[in-house]
Ligand binder design. Structure first.
Ligand code: C2E
Ligand code: MG
Ligand code: MG
Length: 682
């Protein structure tokens, strides 16, 4: 574009310079014609007419008789001669052309000859008029004729020179017009050429670039890059190429995220199901077997709880490496289905082969994994389902391998191959969920209360609220059989809401009857993490006109570790509301007292498994004693649960335990019986 513009500009300047020069030339020529040639022809005419007037005056001399009357004519003749001579002299000054000079020379000579003859004739006239007349006819007249001819000649020469010059001007003008037309054509050519070049170098590559961008937008990431130079279009193309590479990289990353587990780099559930689907198709077409192994880790949750998420991640990575080490065939797929669940796809291998692979997997997981310098046992359960005997459809095979894994875990057998009778287990779980949902609507839940007794004086200041399910066919279902299930399915939210509501209603009633007591409600970590428990508790307390200090919440310690940050935030808010917090079942989890110190809890409940046997088991007794001491050092109240005998009651009192709870004082009782117990106690 720059070059084209420069060329056009140069042409324009050239045209202006040339035109100005030509106009100058024509002007100069015109001026010279006016100044010299026209002047010269005027002078020539003047000399000619002066000479012609001389002839008539010569005739007049001969007509006048005496000298006195001729005198004015002589004067007239002198003036004319002077005018003629002056004119010729002036002509001499401005003539340059050779033809002109020659004609002028002829005219001057003819004049000189005429002057001689004329002078002689006039001299003779004064002496002898007849002789003078003869002289005039024989000499003066011919000389005059010659002079007039010469002057005619001069005039003709002058006119022809002027004519030639004027003709020449025309030629010059035509030439200038032609040159200008030529320049114009040249400029047009340059303009067309540059337009063509610009189109080629900008418009065409731009169109190609637009096509390329369109192709990339359509998803054709392999589209050929348009050719481009190092100009602006070139950098645009380069930028588009960079953009395409970015898209390619990001798409690869998206595909990676969509199909691979970011922690272990193993295929994820989506990719596994996809490969299983394909595997089933090829296996059934070729009449070959296929099997799926689902592997669940037994202790992953504990690793996470005790050593933290980072160790948990490392644990999973190590497990993944070991599984890959066993399934080395290229056609095998090892995948992480999520959490602590892995799966193996063995195309073309039946249940028998799968059983062998499962044994090898368990062997590979036998050696403990070292985390933070500590050996950690892995432990896994594997379920196997095969195609076609256990199904020819992805979901069916997967759910049957799942059921087999569940059975292996329950039976602690390591591996289980699916059997149709296993399916009852799964159905049991499903129907339980349905029944649990109906339990609230059908009002099948009820609450029992168990007193907590102050060991120092035997007074009862608090009762623990324990849920019961009166099942229409199964009878009383203990919480251990449905609470963990409700936690897994998230239904615990509804249960907690129900328990808080009914326990607070009961508490308000007791307060109105003058029974000043607190309640302790069990909550699950699911409540802390997945719902606004502080908000809910505050709202229910408010509705029943109860101060927060009357409510205490018990949290099982191992569960807090699932999401410590979120759990801690919720605990802080509950604490700020004035609700008391207690750690339940202390000693069964992995958390240390040092960790618990960071939690805003006021109470620790030693798990009943330590308390039950402390009279016989010295280890248990030592654990209980040191726990009481440490907790007291940290400013926590200690509650022991599971006191069944007077002996243990006394023992705990000696150890300085603050409160006790157990069958020895009272079993959990319905509200009315609890009220009677409290009255009796008073
Ligand atoms: P927990 O909070 O540790 O409750 C104490 C359990 O010990 C109760 O069992 C109680 O009946 C039992 N117990 C009390 N004294 C003795 C004794 O002297 N000897 C023996 N062997 N056991 C005694 P329960 O009612 O079966 O509750 C079991 C667990 O279910 C509770 O353990 C608690 O974690 C959970 N749970 C109960 N109610 C609720 C509830 O409303 N919400 C939630 N999230 N969990 C609940
Ligand atoms: Mg409890
Ligand atoms: Mg407990």
């Amino acid at each position: 574009l720059g070059i084209a513009l420069a060329a056009l500009l140069a042409l324009l300047i050239a045209v202006i310079v040339y035109t100005t020069a030509e106009i100058d030339r024509i002007a100069v020529d015109s001026r010279s014609i006016a100044a010299t040639n026209l002047r010269a022809s005027t002078l020539a005419h003047r000399a000619q007419s002066a000479a012609q007037r001389g002839v008539s005056e010569l005739y007049a001399l001969f007509l006048l008789a005496d000298h006195a009357s001729r005198t004015p004519v002589y004067e007239e003749i002198d003036r004319n001669n002077r005018l003629r001579d002056l004119t010729l002299a002036e002509l001499q000054g401005i003539t340059i052309d050779s033809a002109e000079r020659r004609a002028l020379l002829g005219a001057t000579r003819a004049r000189d000859a005429y002057v001689v003859a004329f002078t002689a004739t006039v001299d003779e006239l004064e002496v002898d008029a007849a002789n003078a007349h003869r002289l005039m006819l024989s000499q003066t007249m011919p000389a005059l004729d010659i002079m007039l001819d010469a002057l005619d000649q001069l005039v003709a020469v002058q006119i022809s020179i002027a004519d030639a010059k004027i003709r020449n001007l025309g030629v010059v003008q035509v030439a200038a017009q032609r040159s200008l037309a030529l320049f114009g054509l040249l400029a047009l050519g340059v303009a067309l050429l540059s337009a063509f070049a610009i189109t080629r170098s900008i418009a065409a590559p731009l169109a190609a670039t637009a096509r390329f961008a369109g192709a990339v937008a359509e998803g054709d990431l392999q589209a050929a890059l348009p050719a481009a130079g190092r100009d602006e279009v070139g950098s645009l193309v380069a930028a588009l190429d960079r953009m395409r590479k970015g898209i390619v990289a990001r798409e690869a990353r998206i595909a990676d995220l969509a199909y691979y587990d970011s922690l272990t780099r193993l295929p994820n559930r989506v990719l596994f199901y996809d490969r299983l689907r394909q595997g089933i198709r090829t296996a059934t077409r070729a009449g070959l077997p296929l099997s799926v192994l689902v592997l669940g880790l037994d202790r992953f949750k504990h690793v996470n709880d005790a050593l933290g998420h980072q160790a948990g991640d490392e644990f999973l990575q190590q497990v993944a490496l070991r599984l890959q080490g066993v399934a080395q065939r290229e056609s095998d797929t090892v995948a992480r289905l999520g959490g602590d669940e892995f799966a193996l796809l063995l195309p073309t291998q039946g249940a028998g082969d799968a059983m062998l692979v499962a044994r090898r997997l368990l062997e590979a997981l036998e050696a403990p994994i070292v985390l933070q310098g500590q050996p950690v046992d892995i432990g896994a359960s594997i379920g196997i389902a095969a195609c076609p005997e256990h199904g020819v459809e992805v979901n069916q095979i997967m759910s049957r391998a799942d059921i087999a894994m569940y059975v292996a875990k329950q039976a602690n057998s390591g591996v289980a191959l699916f059997e149709p009778r296993f399916e009852h287990h799964a159905e049991h779980g499903l129907s339980l969920m349905g029944e649990l949902r109906q339990a609230v609507e059908r009002d099948e839940f009820l609450l029992h209360y168990q007193p907590k007794v102050t060991l120092a004086n035997g007074a009862c200041k608090a009762v623990e609220v324990l849920i019961r399910w009166r099942h229409p066919t199964r009878g009383m279902v203990p919480p251990d059989q449905f609470v963990p299930f409700a936690e897994r399915t998230g239904y615990i939210k509804t249960i907690t809401h129900w328990v808080l509501e009914h326990a607070c209603a009961q508490l308000a009633l007791w307060h109105r009857r003058g029974i000043e007591i607190s309640i302790c409600v069990n909550i699950s970590t699911h409540d802390l993490i997945h719902q606004d428990l502080p908000g809910l508790a505050a709202q229910i307390l408010h509705r029943h006109g109860l101060a927060a200090k009357w409510l205490s919440l018990e949290i099982t310690e191992s569960l807090i570790m699932e999401d410590p940050a979120k759990a801690l935030a919720a605990l802080e808010r509950l604490h700020q509301l004035g609700i008391r917090l207690a750690i339940d079942d202390f000693g069964t989890g992995y958390s240390s007292l040092a960790y618990l110190k960071k939690l805003p809890v006021q109470e620790l409940k030693i798990d009943r498994s330590f308390v039950l046997n402390m009279a016989e088991d010295l280890d248990d007794a030592a654990i209980v004693r040191s726990t009481i001491e440490l907790a007291h050092n940290m400013g926590l109240r200690v509650v022991a649960e599971g006191i069944e005998t007077r002996e243990i009651y006394q023992q705990l009192r000696v150890l300085g335990c603050d409160e006790a709870q157990g069958y020895f004082m009272s079993r959990p009782l319905p509200a009315t019986e609890m009220e009677e117990w409290l009255e009796a106690q008073r």
